[in-house]
Design a protein around this ligand. Structure first.
Ligand code: PLP
Length: 371
């Protein structure tokens, strides 16, 4: 991790204390309130819970510190992504999405943007630059893509999109602000499903939009207030708490993933392994250039659906579950969710368990299925 990322991580723990009065609680108080004391004109203060809440402000301040940007929080990753679409797009616009990214982003565009007269095209992540960006008002990428872990060049795409007058949105869910900083590479907007590693404890759905452009933040904030897709204060409080250990968890998860990917690659049962941190992975050079860490997701293929199910369900240190980024290592056979991957394709999300114990459990489970 770079020196600036380390200082951001260190400051995060003391952000609140800058404004402390004597006797203030050190941890963040939870404000469960829909209404606030507003005698007289009552402007410039909290008035009503759909517009603002002190607990949201705290989590947005903490996320904003990590993103070096303004942040707007949402009740889910999809809430964040849809706010960007609905606040910024209008009839006649064209958008470009990854063909191989998170399925709900594509499905939402198809089902809800198209009928509004917005054209939605898709393109595979590894060749995203091919064809240019003429005519696109919004270009959306996900890098590394979920679940195949392909990568595209954020700064080259940002430059090409800007030359055509469009804006670039990056879904940074798989990396978190500690792993990759798309805004520093010229992206206009970052969206993130904080449901995953940012909260990290698999007990909350949450999301955020980050941008350094005040007009974008203002439109997205207005959309949230009008549409009413607001996060609950308790969820915001839990995410704030999760953020306090994000750097530690992410560091452990990424380091363990590096060890485990290396060893998985050598295992006879495993083929088609993808991990951007491995020398020789098609994504490796670009990953080195634009990612601070290589992430905690690994994908690979086992020979059949049955073997993949057996591996996942009978490994004592793997939870069979969708989603990723939690403290518990988890895995899923992605064709089960409709991703265009072979039936034995596994996405492994490396958690916070001690790495040698984790590897021993994974190896035992792989040895068993490969007889
Ligand atoms: C999970 C996920 C989302 C959606 O997040 P929710 O909190 O489930 O709405 C969006 N993008 C990516 C890359 C994800 O993995």
């Amino acid at each position: 991790m770079s020196e600036t990322a380390k200082s951001r991580a260190a400051e995060l723990s003391h952000l609140r204390s800058r404004d402390f009065a004597s006797g203030d609680p050190i941890p963040l108080p939870l404000t469960m309130a829909s209404i606030f004391h507003t005698p007289g004109v009552g402007t410039g203060v909290d008035q009503y819970g759909r517009y603002d809440n002190p607990t949201w402000r705290a989590v947005e301040h903490a996320l904003g510190h990590l993103e070096d940007a303004q942040c707007v929080s949402f009740p889910s990753g999809m809430g964040a992504i849809s706010s960007v679409f609905f606040a910024l797009l209008k009839s006649g616009d064209r958008v470009l999405l990854p063909a191989d990214g998170y399925h709900a982003t594509r499905a939402m565009a198809e089902r809800f943007l198209k009928p509004l007269g917005i054209t939605c095209d898709t393109r595979p992540t590894p060749t995203f630059l091919d064809g240019g960006f003429k005519g696109y008002s919004l270009v959306f990428v996900e890098t590394p893509s979920n679940p195949r872990l392909d990568i595209c060049d954020i700064s080259a795409i940002a430059k090409a999109v800007h030359e055509q007058g469009g804006i670039l949105v990056v879904d940074n869910t798989t990396m978190t602000p500690f792993g990759q900083r798309p805004l520093d590479f010229g992206a206009d907007i970052v969206v993130s499903a904080d449901t995953k590693a940012v909260n990290g404890h698999s007990d909350v759905l949450f999301g955020h939009v980050a941008s350094r452009a005040p007009d974008i933040i203002s439109k997205v904030t207005d959309w949230r207030a009008m549409a009413g897709g607001i996060p609950g204060p308790f969820e915001a409080w839990l995410v704030h708490r999760g953020l306090e250990t994000l750097e530690v968890r992410f560091d452990r998860m990424c380091s363990s993933a590096e060890t485990i990917a290396q060893r998985l690659k050598e295992h006879r049962a495993v083929r088609g392994l993808r991990f951007p941190g491995l020398n020789g992975d098609p994504s490796h050079n670009l990953a080195r250039a634009q990612m601070e860490r290589f992430g905690f997701l690994i994908s690979f293929e086992l020979t059949s659906e049955d073997k993949a199910e057996d591996f996942i369900n009978n490994c004592p240190l793997i939870e069979a579950a969708t989603s990723f980024g939690g403290v518990h290592t988890s895995a899923e056979r992605r064709s089960k969710r409709g991703d265009a991957v072979p039936p034995g394709f596994v996405r492994l999300s490396v958690g916070c368990e001690p790495v040698e114990e984790l590897w021993k459990a994974i190896e035992t489970s792989l040895d068993r299925i490969s007889g």
